[in-house]
Design a protein around this ligand. Structure first.
Ligand code: PLP
Length: 303
């Protein structure tokens, strides 16, 4: 079997475009809103999923791995991106999916796409899924999926290499904005983005999960990636709208309206909450007049 090609063979669009939008809810406060169109980085690995996987794919290739193994829920964008990367670069892929009850049902469109890209899906119950970082459990999963030699990527793809891969996102925004804002799942993207920003710039994270547990995890990711956590980022925990993949009528109306006004497709699990949060913050006067705020568009609506 020939060696896998370098990640550059994926031909990402870099740097991603920075798009101004005219929105009265920002203009009224003399705040400039820019969209960092990371959703345009790659058709099959959009947004932060490309940036988080790139150095991991390089590492897997350099170490001679032929298989990638990773974890996710039934609608995981990370699983889909990993499956696509495997197809495009010639890695076998294994997806460990949370929820053993899913094994007996038809695949949803997200998992069907993973399977179509050649990913072997392995469904596990929730208690086993929770223990997946335990070395004995992981070894068992690798044995059960005939992937003993796999390069293992954690859930959501957030490890030190993923965080380092997101530094370039911050660096692309140097000198271009005062605030760089991003929706957070694991917080890996925020951890890298913040580290790439220049002096005087700050990063703002909007967690889409409920719980308020993310601050220490992001500091831990920065420690793992850079040795020390940074001080130029903060989180605003008010905009999860009930939790992961939950929505409210207000959020849906906001996202529909934003799409209509600006002609930009709004991914609903993460990006809608980010844009909604920034609009509320602007209306609250949280940004001083003259501030430039950049919203990182981390993904595309799924079909
Ligand atoms: C995965 C994902 C995120 C979350 O990224 P983290 O690094 O886990 O915080 C944000 N937006 C979209 C569209 C995603 O798919």
């Amino acid at each position: 079997m020939p060696a896998t090609p370098p990640t550059s063979a994926l031909r990402p669009r870099l740097p991603t475009p920075l798009q101004p939008v005219m929105d009265p809810r920002f203009e009224a406060r003399d705040v400039r809103l820019l969209l960092k169109r990371d959703d345009l980085i790659h058709p099959d690995l959009p947004g932060n999923k490309y940036r988080k996987l790139a150095l991991n794919l390089e590492q897997a290739r350099a170490a001679g791995h032929r298989t990638l193994l990773t974890f996710g829920g039934a609608y995981s964008n990370h699983l889909r991106a990993t499956a696509a990367a495997g197809r495009l670069l010639g890695f076998a892929t294994v997806g460990v999916v949370r929820g053993d009850e899913l094994a007996d049902r038809p695949l949803n469109t997200s998992l069907a796409q993973c399977a179509a890209d050649g990913m072997r899906l392995h469904f596990v119950d929730r208690s086993m899924y929770r223990q997946k970082a335990d070395p004995a459990v992981l070894t068992g999963l690798q044995r059960a999926t005939a992937a003993e030699d796999a390069y293992v990527i954690p859930e959501g793809g957030s490890n030190a290499l993923a965080v380092q891969g997101c530094v370039a996102l911050g660096a692309e925004l140097r000198g271009r904005t005062d605030v760089a804002a991003v929706a957070c799942g694991t917080g890996g993207t925020l951890a890298g983005l913040a580290a790439g920003l220049g002096p005087g710039q700050r990063a703002l994270g909007i967690p889409v999960l409920k719980g308020g547990f993310l601050g220490p995890e992001i500091a831990g990711l920065q420690r793992a990636a850079f040795g020390v956590p940074g001080t130029n980022w903060s989180l605003d925990d008010r905009f999860h709208c009930g939790g992961y993949a939950r929505t409210t009528a207000e959020l849906t109306a906001f996202a529909d309206d934003f799409e209509q006004r600006h002609g930009v497709p709004v991914e609903r699990v993460y990006v809608a909450k980010l844009l909604y949060a920034l609009t509320v913050l602007s209306e609250e006067g949280a940004f001083a007049p003259g501030t430039t705020v950049t919203a990182v568009i981390t993904g595309t609506p799924s079909a």
